[in-house]
Design a protein around this ligand. Structure first.
Ligand code: UN1
Length: 509
């Protein structure tokens, strides 16, 4: 990678501070290198937080909260609107950095920055719509209503695969709600975090926002554990694996804090005999190989009607032959590398498990070698024919590994689709109304996201994003997800001259 202009434009140096309370940066001692999976080169180094740095960030955030919540919500929304403009300005450079540091295609990197912008716009509009209900009281001369107040510090823990968007989904909503946010990004994509914080920090400074409203704290996994145990953080919003979410849930639950969990998926598309097979093909290939299979919404399973199974298999095979794998920054490349060598190892282990469990490879996998693949992180997307109950099919392998299986009746297909521990995203491809409506009914998909004639990935920010069961149960981004970042208060006001007691109780004194 010769062109490092985008790093300069984003204000990134060779050695970057990684702890910030807004616009100010704390100079810490320890360091983590950011290595690009694209070419294996070091992009830069980020200094990470010590326990003392952590304390100072949390203290500053605590002090900032009463000031920030006092600012009227539409004023907070106006600052978030300015953030949207700042991210618009740096879209090209930030998208390039995301692509280079994380390995997703440039188009996906730019699309991710667009999600940041979109959620800023959404949050800005939301700042005038933080509505509560009014209820009619059963008591005379009483008024009853509910209102929403901010919680305090929101801890935002994010994964490597969406290094900017998921931070924005959480932080922008938390900020318009009047909360302050402390972000702990994945230690695999720290430069993107530093760049986002710099862009946001400048807007905060221009608006004279106190330090501590929007903080970044870079570090290893232990930092997330510290946050989960910290009583001063009423809400932890965590995105990542089910194993990580379970640990966070236990630690936060122990202190009766709130969690918002957005965890793994094992997403399936049902392709019925009434499917438009071109739509089915595009949805399946985009869902399976997009972001090299490293989205929580990645399509991991295709449940295909037996009458079209062989025909669709050939279509898939031909499509996979045309997938271009390589430097994701280059035009025309469909799939970049996995995030690092340990991800490659997980992928290889899953291939071994498939073989051991008797799966048939429709498209063989493996690691790519030779010119352009020197980082050792490029793998072949593969397709494996399985039975739905193979143990490997129950697991989420964060790689481009697609399982295909047959079904005969729709009830059976829905049973297979729901028969895994995760419940994030799902889709059905069918032009038959009875099939699609059954899939969307309460007897249909058990996932947080259920699509018709669309695959499992590529959710819009306007909807609530998240899933059921091992996918964590949280909802982020659009719709009324903002409620998770606030505390609801029911208020009853007596404007009469007496005091009618509840349950008809009477005092005779
Ligand atoms: C994730 O993988 O953590 O629906 C989020 C999608 C994206 C979000 C994925 N908009 O694929």
């Amino acid at each position: 990678m010769n062109n490092i202009d985008f790093l300069k434009v984003l204000g990134l140096e060779d050695l970057n501070p990684g702890v910030s309370t807004g616009n100010d940066w704390i100079l810490t001692a320890n360091e983590i290198e950011s290595i690009s999976p694209v070419d294996g080169k070091r992009i830069g180094t980020v200094r990470i937080a010590s326990p003392e740095d952590y304390e100072s960030v949390i203290k500053t955030a605590e002090e900032a909260f009463p000031e920030w919540r006092k600012l009227p919500a539409p004023k907070r929304g106006d600052i978030i609107r300015q953030m949207a403009d700042a991210f618009r300005k740096y879209k090209q450079e930030l998208g390039t950095l995301i692509s280079y540091e994380m390995g997703k295609s440039l188009q996906e990197g730019l699309g991710e920055v667009q999600e940041v912008i979109d959620v800023c716009d959404f949050a800005s509009g939301l700042s005038r719509q933080i509505y509560g209900l009014t209820m009619h009281s059963e008591r005379p001369d009483h008024r009853m209503y509910e209102q929403y107040h901010p919680l305090g510090i929101v801890g935002v823990i994010t994964a490597f695969n969406f290094p900017a968007a998921v931070w924005a989904w959480n932080t922008m909503l938390a900020l318009v709600c009047g909360d302050v946010a402390v972000w702990k990004p994945s230690h695999k994509v720290l430069l993107t975090a530093v760049a986002c914080q710099k862009i946001a920090g400048r807007v905060l400074k221009e608006n004279n926002v106190p330090e501590g409203v929007c903080s970044l704290i870079c570090g290893a996994n232990e930092l997330g554990e510290t946050m989960a145990k910290d009583k001063r953080i009423p809400l932890i919003s965590a995105t990542g694996s089910t194993a990580m979410g379970r640990k966070v849930a236990v630690a936060v639950g122990e202190r009766l804090g709130k969690t918002l969990l957005e965890l793994g998926g094992n997403n399936a598309i049902i392709i019925t005999e009434n499917a438009d097979l071109t739509i089915a093909l595009h949805a399946s290939v985009f869902g399976a190989i997009g972001t090299a299979g490293q989205r929580c919404t990645t399509t991991r399973r295709l449940i295909i009607h037996s009458s079209i199974f062989e025909e669709f298999k050939i279509k898939l095979l031909n499509a996979y032959k045309q997938v271009k794998i390589g430097n994701p920054l280059l035009e025309g490349i469909h799939m970049g590398p996995l995030i690092d060598q340990s991800a490659v190892q997980h992928y290889l282990n899953a291939l071994d498990d498939c073989k051991e469990q008797g799966a048939q490879f429709t498209v063989e996998g493996g690691v790519l070698e030779g010119t352009g693949y020197e980082s050792g992180c490029y793998v072949k997307p593969c397709i494996v024919e399985v039975k739905p109950d193979f143990p490997i099919v129950q697991k989420e392998t964060f790689a481009p590994l697609l399982y295909i299986m047959e079904y005969d009746t729709l009830a059976e297909a829905i049973g297979i689709q729901n028969g895994v521990s995760q419940g994030l995203s799902s889709g059905i491809i069918s032009l038959n109304l009875r099939e699609t409506e059954l899939f969307l009914s309460s007897a249909g998909s058990d996932c947080g996201i259920a699509n018709v004639n669309i695959g499992t990935s590529g959710a819009e920010i306007g909807g609530a994003f998240g899933g059921e069961k091992d996918s964590g149960g949280g909802r982020e981004s659009g719709s009324d997800s903002w409620k998770a970042y606030m505390r609801r208060q029911t208020n009853t006001i007596n404007y009469g001259t007496g005091l009618p007691l509840a349950q008809g109780i009477k005092f005779d004194f």
